[in-house]
Design a protein around this ligand. Structure first.
Ligand code: NAD
Length: 500
């Protein structure tokens, strides 16, 4: 890669990765290989082993042994924090390499990938403090004969399954918190974006994480993913991905060992714009909310719900923003919207754009496949005349497709916003504090933004209401998710006999 120019080049040959068990990278050997082509260029960029069920068993056994002998959970918080801090520093040192592979495999703009990697280092730094401050509770009000303590203990071996849209960011919103709690990990990244998860495993070993505490198995969801969710030696499973696969995770846990679950699933997130908003800010935020990461975010603001009196004017403002957004080569620093990550996702998005028109919605702009000579690109699409029953208004598209629905009252805006099975994220744009707070209180969403969108940081938890998932990641809540609570009852003094 040529770091001096403002436009990097794809590699001349794909990089070979091994999978990672017990502190070591294991080469593919005679296993099958998944060769990943960059969605922005169509050239092979990585070669990833397809692990076997025996590899999965070995990874779980390594994580089990590392947890059971307390080589990690038995360390004090200071020692665990030191490893996490060092990992944060190493992520910063290798930031350019991580961002490069993130862009190559995912198709996101390199400038965005760099910013995400910086945020990931920050996650490790923040979580290091939580390794030291995680604590329980005590009860000194149980009478003179009894004292109560509530301790938090790590759950154990955590299976971690991640999607392809933010391979490194979603990983780092979980791994440092899981490790801060004292748990050990078997991670299964998406088969199309495994590289940066494997780089993180190397970094953690270099940072001093004991062998066996971070293992990575690579391969398809239907084999290795399914094997992980069914594994009886896995105590907790953190799954981020589609609601359909999330359902399988719940079923598998019910059929096997009732492992504890964390689920972060899909979204169909409203952006509510009132006439009294700063419309220039709102138009920019709405365009960002659906254009960022080509709309392939679980929290993309895909439903614009706008006060009728400004609806036409606001649609024109969003259209003007879309016209200026720079869609192009993900390796070009100037690019704002990159490539669609997979062929399958490209087909899905294009089929929704057709379906919207067939259902009677009006395509105001965009929605066409852009010819960049190579790779797969879609111009952000804006749909008017959308009704609440249309598939484009109800189903998660996971692409740069924005629907507009007008409203006449605060009540109607809230009703439209909540008319979905999902409850992941929402934004409201208004300068009126009463409206802002009423909507914030009444719209069902795990993440809420007022006069902004897609903002966040390691302090604030992530997760959804309704069919968007269970539990929370990140923040102090994120560490607590990976703990079990134990109530300890301590008798003081001589026992009052039951049998005299
Ligand atoms: P996906 O559900 O197809 O895959 C996610 C992960 O699950 C991948 O690693 C995949 O290999 C694995 N998987 C697939 N089948 C499996 C099975 N039977 N058993 C176990 N694992 C299996 O999702 P995707 O296409 O990678 O990502 C897009 C989806 O993820 C969208 O629906 C999006 O909303 C959701 N998502 C949610 C969040 C969130 O935080 N809520 C974040 C990112 C993505």
């Amino acid at each position: 890669m040529d770091q001096a120019s403002s436009k990097l080049s794809p590699p001349s040959a794909p990089r070979e990765f091994g999978f990672f068990v017990n502190g070591k990278s294991i080469p593919a050997g005679d296993r099958d290989i998944f060769e990943r082509a960059s969605p922005g260029h169509g050239v092979p960029v990585t070669r990833i082993p397809k692990c076997t069920p025996a590899d999965l068993d070995a990874a779980v056994a390594a994580a089990r042994a590392a947890f059971d002998d307390r080589r990690w959970s038995g360390l004090n918080g200071q020692a665990r924090a030191a490893v996490l801090l060092k990992a944060g520093a190493l992520i910063r040192e290798r930031a350019e390499e991580i961002a490069y592979f993130e862009t190559l495999e995912n198709g996101k703009p390199i400038s965005q990938a760099r910013a995400e990697v910086g945020g990931c280092a920050d996650m490790f730094e923040y979580a290091s403090g939580l390794a030291r401050s995680l604590h329980g509770d005590s009860f000194n009000n149980l009478g003179d004969g009894l004292f109560g303590i509530v301790t938090r203990e790590p759950v154990g071996v955590v299976g971690l399954i991640t999607p392809w849209n933010f391979p490194f960011l979603i990983l780092c919103e979980r791994v440092p918190y899981i490790l801060a709690s004292g748990c050990t990990i078997v991670a299964k990244p998406s088969e199309v974006t495994s590289a940066t998860t494997l780089i993180l495993a190397e970094i953690l070993t270099e940072a001093g994480l004991p062998d066996g505490c971070m293992n990575v198995v690579t391969g398809s969801g239907s084999t290795i993913g399914q094997g992980l969710i069914e594994h009886v030696d896995v105590d907790m499973l953190s799954f981020t991905g589609s609601t359909a696969v999330g359902r399988r995770v719940v079923e598998a846990a019910g059929r096997t060992n009732f492992k504890k679950l964390g689920l972060e699933l899909g979204g169909k997130n409203p952006q509510i714009v009132f006439a009294d908003a700063d419309l220039e800010d709102a138009a920019d935020g709405v365009a960002f909310g659906i254009g960022f990461n080509t709309g392939q975010c679980c929290v993309s603001g895909s439903r614009l719900i706008v006060e009728r009196s400004v609806a036409d004017k606001f649609a024109q403002m969003v259209q003007d923003k879309f016209a200026k957004v720079r869609v192009g080569d993900p390796l070009d620093e100037a690019t704002q919207v990159g490539a669609i990550t997979t062929d399958a996702q490209n087909t899905t998005i294009m089929s929704y754009i057709e379906k919207g028109q067939a259902e009677g919605a009006r395509l105001i702009c965009g929605g066409e496949q852009l010819d960049m000579g190579r790779g797969q690109y879609i111009a952000p699409a804006l749909f008017g005349d959308v009704t609440r029953d249309m598939a484009i208004a109800r189903e998660e598209i996971f692409g740069p497709v924005l629907t507009i629905m007008p409203f006449d009252s605060v009540e109607e805006a809230i009703a439209i916003a909540n008319d979905t099975v999902y409850g992941l994220a929402a934004s409201v744009w208004t300068k009126n504090i009463d409206k802002a707070l009423t909507v914030t209180r009444r719209v069902q969403a795990g993440r809420f933004w007022v006069n902004t969108t897609l903002a966040g940081g390691p302090e604030l938890p992530l997760g959804g209401f309704k069919q968007s998932g269970w539990g929370r990641e990140a923040g102090k809540y994120g560490v607590e998710e990976y703990t079990q609570i134990k109530s300890v009852h301590i008798e003081i003094g001589k026992r009052t006999p039951w049998i005299e």
